[in-house]
Design a binder for this molecule. Structure first.
Ligand code: SER
Length: 579
């Protein structure tokens, strides 16, 4: 195993950077599902919501960040795509700037230092003269000007020939924001052997929810370099899975299944890394959001093992290999070793049961169209990916057709008489009185979410909600335990809004309009064209199917019963009302 990670961090430490640990894969940022980039944990520094000097004593930081990108999940299996990867990055949150690459102060820096150091680092570990190197620079688009500064630095300071500096548009060389709003700006990218190695982002703007670019008072630097790609160049390989990062896992796959094909081997190696790291960060398989991603990764491997009649050995060896390989840098892996194995094998067992019944059900179909696929999913929980894996010859539908079928169903269940609260139908289960209580607790849940965002910050994102006639449960993203003072403030704020007697008003509008007006939406949910938005005074706005009470004064008194952890980065509040 090489030590590129350590080399990178040491290099930037010497340039005045503070080396910080990776943040969890379960993002505390409301606008992304899983952590996709190193900069995410620093968003509040970039927008000066927090002062980096006060918090961490410097404006320069370097990390190696665990990242997970779901966008490439279907692509995994070729020689370069991954779900989980590590991103090396150096960052500057500049309130004061010293952009002299020879000066290693605690002050922020900008384009000159970032570019010079990136080149210096690569030059130290690679023989750049012998490698084909070119760079890209933002060429200007949509009234945003060409990044002349970066162009000049590459040409004059570094000495890259003009023809090796390629101008690109917004699509390629403008980063961010991640999620619906945030810092963003032009980028410059370094390519080696035709592969994008390092992305240097110069955060100069803030894009708000209306997609307007506002210049940032203090520009920042956010760079990201995939450790796996860098390793591939460093070890002179043409395939990410042939590097020392993946070889041990590939070997385990080959040893256990001599006939395994190349794609499957790579999927095995990629997914086992993802699974281990996600579980270590506290995720468990579920049917929603991040939990569903983990479930899909596990199911993919389990389906394969099921069809090949593999024993558990391959998975045990694989998971233990990931833990051993990464435990020094990511101690959460060894700390959660038992849990990783337990969660994986528990889900495996459950899914094997589904698979056994699935096979029987599927046998009955000669052909499977979108309707049948949806039926199998709805009734027996057989995901479309499993059909694709088990009976590809029977499949007679496209992903779009299946999506359409899902959408149709979602619309029906929204319009239908069943009232849904966090996924539970309450139609026949409860008495009229109980439904009244649930309705009140439902409005209280909206007040609670708005209060959480006001007191703790806008990173709060709903991760789940469950209401019974007795109490409400609300899960949300937040990196740490709430203290007594915070809990009291939240409770007081909700009670204040109850006392104010705010009107609860429902308005129908397009989804875009709702988001434009700042209404909270449940992430990743697919919404129909028209949605209802519930306004509680001007305190809370949420897209929601209802029902709600008419005025907050109907609620009397709100009480928080308990605050606890669900998993790392996710908290739960249990609360109730005086009835
Ligand atoms: N945020 C940028 C990226 O992910 C640079 O770190 O590529």
């Amino acid at each position: 195993m090489n030590d590129l990670r350590e080399k990178f961090l040491k290099f930037f430490e010497k340039k005045g950077h503070k080396v910080l640990p990776s943040s969890s894969l379960l993002s505390s940022d409301a606008s992304v599902l899983l952590t996709t980039a190193g900069m995410e944990q620093f968003k509040s520094y970039f927008v000066l919501e927090k002062d980096p000097i006060k918090e961490i004593g410097t404006q320069r930081v370097a990390t190696c960040q665990k990242c997970f990108r779901t966008s490439d999940i279907e692509e995994v299996g070729d020689k370069s795509h991954l779900t989980f990867f590590e991103m090396l990055g150096n960052f500057s949150f500049g309130k004061e700037i010293n952009d002299d690459p020879k000066n290693f102060s605690k002050k922020g820096y900008f384009k000159k230092s970032a570019i010079c150091w990136a080149f210096e680092f690569l030059n130290q570990i690679l023989d750049l003269n012998s490698l084909e190197v070119y760079v890209t620079v933002f060429g200007g688009e949509d009234k945003i000007p060409l990044d002349k500064e970066s162009f000049k630095i590459w040409e004059k300071e570094i000495g890259i020939k003009k023809e090796k500096i390629i101008l690109k548009g917004k699509e390629d060389n403008f980063w961010g924001p991640t999620g619906i709003e945030g810092p963003c700006g032009p980028t410059t990218e370094i390519y080696i052997k035709g592969i994008e190695i390092w992305n240097l982002v110069f955060n100069q703007y803030y894009q708000n929810q209306e997609k307007k670019l506002i210049p940032l008072k203090s520009p920042g630097v956010d760079t990201g370099m995939g450790l796996e790609r860098l390793t591939m160049i460093y070890e002179n390989k043409n395939d990410i899975f042939e590097t020392s990062l993946f070889l041990p896992l590939i070997k385990i796959a080959e040893k256990n299944i001599p006939s395994i094909d190349l794609r499957k081997k790579r999927i095995f190696a990629d997914h086992l890394r993802g699974i281990s790291f996600l579980i270590a960060d506290g995720l468990v398989p579920s049917n929603k959001e991040a939990g569903y991603i983990l479930r899909r990764l596990i199911r993919k491997l389990v389906t394969f093992a099921f069809l090949k009649k593999l024993s558990d050995k391959i998975f045990k060896e694989g998971l233990v290999q990931v833990i051993l390989q990464y435990k020094n840098f990511y101690p959460e892996l060894s700390k959660n070793k038992e849990k990783i194995l337990e969660v994986f094998f528990e889900e495996k067992k459950k899914f094997e049961r589904t698979l056994r019944t699935s096979l029987k059900k599927i046998e009955k179909f000669k052909e499977i169209g979108a309707k049948e696929a949806f039926f199998l999913f709805e009734t027996y929980g057989i995901p479309k990916e499993v059909l694709e894996e088990i009976v590809p010859q029977k499949i007679k539908f496209s992903s779009q057709e299946f999506e359409k079928e899902l959408e149709k169903h979602r619309k029906i269940s929204r319009k239908g008489s069943i009232i849904k609260f966090g996924g539970h139908g309450i139609s026949d289960k409860f008495s009229k009185e109980e439904i009244e209580k649930i309705t009140k607790l439902h409005t209280a849940t909206h007040l609670l979410q708005a209060a959480l965002r006001q007191i703790l910050g806008n990173h709060i994102k709903q991760m789940g909600s469950d209401i019974t006639p007795e109490k409400l449960k609300f899960d949300f993203t937040h990196p740490k335990k709430l203290n007594q003072e915070e809990i009291k403030k939240i409770e007081d704020l909700v009670n204040q809004k109850i006392e104010e007697g705010l009107k609860v008003i429902k308005k129908e509008m397009s989804y875009e309009e709702a988001v434009r007006q700042g209404a909270l939406a449940f992430f990743k949910e697919k919404y129909p064209e028209k949605v209802s938005v519930y306004f509680i005074g001007d305190f809370s706005k949420e897209i929601c199917a209802g029902p709600h009470i008419k005025n907050t004064s109907e609620l009397k008194k709100f009480k928080i019963l308990k605050e606890e952890a669900v998993s790392s980065g996710i908290r739960r509040i249990k609360a109730t009302l005086e009835f």
